[in-house]
Design a protein around this ligand. Structure first.
Ligand code: ZN
Ligand code: ZN
Length: 349
């Protein structure tokens, strides 16, 4: 089902400038009164963004990052804003970088509710559904030592002291991540939703929406109708999407459903807070990518033959807008995006 194949860094992970593990993990940005986006700093071992929603008797958090230490760092930041307990944690989808910190919130609040979609709960517990879930922890534990060896090798062959220092920082992150994974206590949702559901928290209406398949088959959207804010998980990101566990054609329809909702601000799965207008660019990329791959296939091109042409064809419109961060840039991801569309859209037909 997943097409990530032999990639060393699946899902949303891209080699990037390493920083230290504990410093500069997040920036907590107010999006509305009592609503914050925890925007993850670009890191070699990536973290998802989180949303932090204050209510009159507690806090609701959306997504828990890739590791307990990151969740702990955000938990401390939340403590700087309110002493209220965390009542609810919502996981937008099953990918590793959005739920592997769940245990931190469960340990801090004995009556914590962890909510996700029915489908995501299935994905979290079922082998071989993609780059996340309990079985995927074993996969990470098996591949990380090889990744660490590769980084050590890269350090030995680095052509400059600057490059060497950068890879060394990445190595530190990889080693620390492996250590955390070895003692990870997978903490699963306690409540699932199969249809749109409203959480009537004191002083805050929070809608949980299922708008269709997109980045995964279980994407959950968290919508605050009064504040006009929506958290999308990776169904909308501010860099190149990961299509490996996605449904490219459905995704476009799901984005159309999203566009019908009344909001002004998006807390995306990765990257900075976005406006509603930015959906058009993201949707345009998916639409044009699918059209270009279909067209190249119809003209008789093989997958390998079409890659450079499609990449260059879409670059004028999308390369700059998709390359704003040191992670998830256009040229890094366009090849695997083309491959995913080829496998999922062209070959399936
Ligand atoms: Zn992600
Ligand atoms: Zn994801």
């Amino acid at each position: 089902m997943s097409t990530h194949g032999m990639q060393r860094d699946p899902c949303c992970v891209f080699p990037a400038d390493g920083k230290t593990v504990t410093k500069d993990l997040f920036e907590l940005k107010p999006v509305a009164d009592g609503v914050y986006a925890a925007i993850a700093a670009p890191q070699y071992k990536i973290n998802s963004n989180a949303a932090v929603i204050l209510t009159n008797d507690g806090v609701v958090v959306v997504d828990s990052h890739s590791k307990p230490s990151a969740a702990r760092a955000l938990f401390q930041e939340i403590r700087g804003v309110t002493q209220q307990p965390i009542r609810k944690l919502i996981n937008t989808h099953f990918h590793w970088d959005h739920w592997q910190g769940n245990e931190v919130y469960a340990a801090a609040s004995s009556d914590l509710e962890i909510i996700t979609s029915e489908r995501t709960c299935y994905n979290l517990t079922t082998p071989d559904v993609g780059v996340g879930g309990v079985p995927y922890i074993e996969t990470q534990l098996a591949t990380l030592p090889k990744e660490i060896e590769q980084l050590k090798d890269d350090i030995r062959r680095a052509s400059s002291p600057e490059l060497q220092a950068r890879i060394e920082a990445n190595l530190q992150q990889a080693e620390a991540f492996l250590e955390e994974l070895q003692s990870l206590q997978p903490t699963l949702p306690t409540r699932t939703v199969a249809h749109a559901t409203t959480l009537n928290e004191p002083g805050r209406e929070i809608q949980l929406l299922l708008l269709g398949r997109a980045h995964t088959d279980g994407d959950l959207f968290i919508y605050l109708p009064k504040e006009k804010v929506i958290a999308t998980g990776d169904a909308v990101v501010d860099w190149m999407p990961f299509l490996g566990d996605g449904y490219p054609e459905d995704w476009i329809h799901t984005l159309d459903a999203l566009a019908h909702i009344d909001f002004t601000h998006i807390i995306p799965g990765h990257g900075a807070v976005m406006t509603k207008e930015s959906i058009a660019f993201f949707r345009g990329y998916l639409t044009d990518l699918i059209a270009a791959v279909k067209q190249a296939a119809a003209a008789g091109a093989s997958l390998e033959e079409m890659k450079p042409g499609v990449a260059d064809q879409l670059a004028p419109q999308y390369e700059a807008g998709m390359s704003k961060y040191p992670l998830g840039q256009y040229r890094e991801r366009i090849g695997v995006n083309i491959e995913a569309v080829y496998q999922k859209v062209v070959k399936k037909g």
